[in-house]
Design a protein around this ligand. Sequence first.
Ligand code: A2H
Length: 253
Amino acid sequence: EGVGPQEYTLIKMKLKEPYPPKLSGLKGKPVFLVAATLRPETMFGQTNCWVRPDMKYIALLTKSGEVFITTRRAARNMSYQEMTAQNGKTEVLLELIGQDILGCPLEAPLTSYKVIYSLPMLTIKEDKGTGVVTSVPSDAPDDYAALRDLKNKPQLREKYGIKDEMVLPFDPIPIIDVPGYGNLCAVTACDVYKVNSQNDRDKLTEAKEDTYKKGFYEGIMLVEEYKGQKVQDVKKIIQARLIQENAALLYKE
Ligand code: A2H
């Protein structure tokens, strides 16, 4: 990929108790699904979290005593970035697969939905970020396509044990205006590039590149606190705010 390391914002999404059976041994401990994002300023628009049902994850003990759900690969990177209990060593509390943590209620920072759910996305890569992805369907074409698939396909929900109420009430939230593309630019882009499902990889790549550039260079914030400000000008400010509120961390790979 790129030349130097890529810096991500790790968003902490708090798992609500009671935990699913596989995680019952973690009862009483603070557990977070942690998602690597390039767009911290879009966290106002989170509608759900994505995990890949067949992918392996671990529960990692961090030095602050919190438990992070992530891939082993990312946990290793975290240990070099002084996030784990003993510097340089990863303390693994348990191993699981995505299926074990699907349909779980979560509290995520900044979004107007009080509780969101972990849902299946089949295109998550094992060698990027934490393997957990936060979903912002207003501004990320991949997220919009995958959420629309789940909304339109009852059999897909059924296959993964996802209840209607974890998906159907969650609509994209207008958080950024892109002149000419409107206030739900991922929805517009999926339309323009004729994306039919999350498996339309080539079209999604085009839609993603287009919206990513437009969002960054031309996007104007719509959310109350940052209304009228450019995405470029508030991105770092919102990232710093999330970190300061202990809702996020910096992570490189
Ligand atoms: B982004 P890059 Cl609003 N597999 O966050 C697939 N996708 C992954 C991933 C994985 N293992 N880990 C992270 N990602 C996603 C927000 C967002 C993102 C918006 C718009 C565009 C966008 C909300 N989802 O990314 O290959 C995460 O989604 C477009 C590039 O390192 C992360 O940021 O460039 C982004 O891909 C990192 O991808």
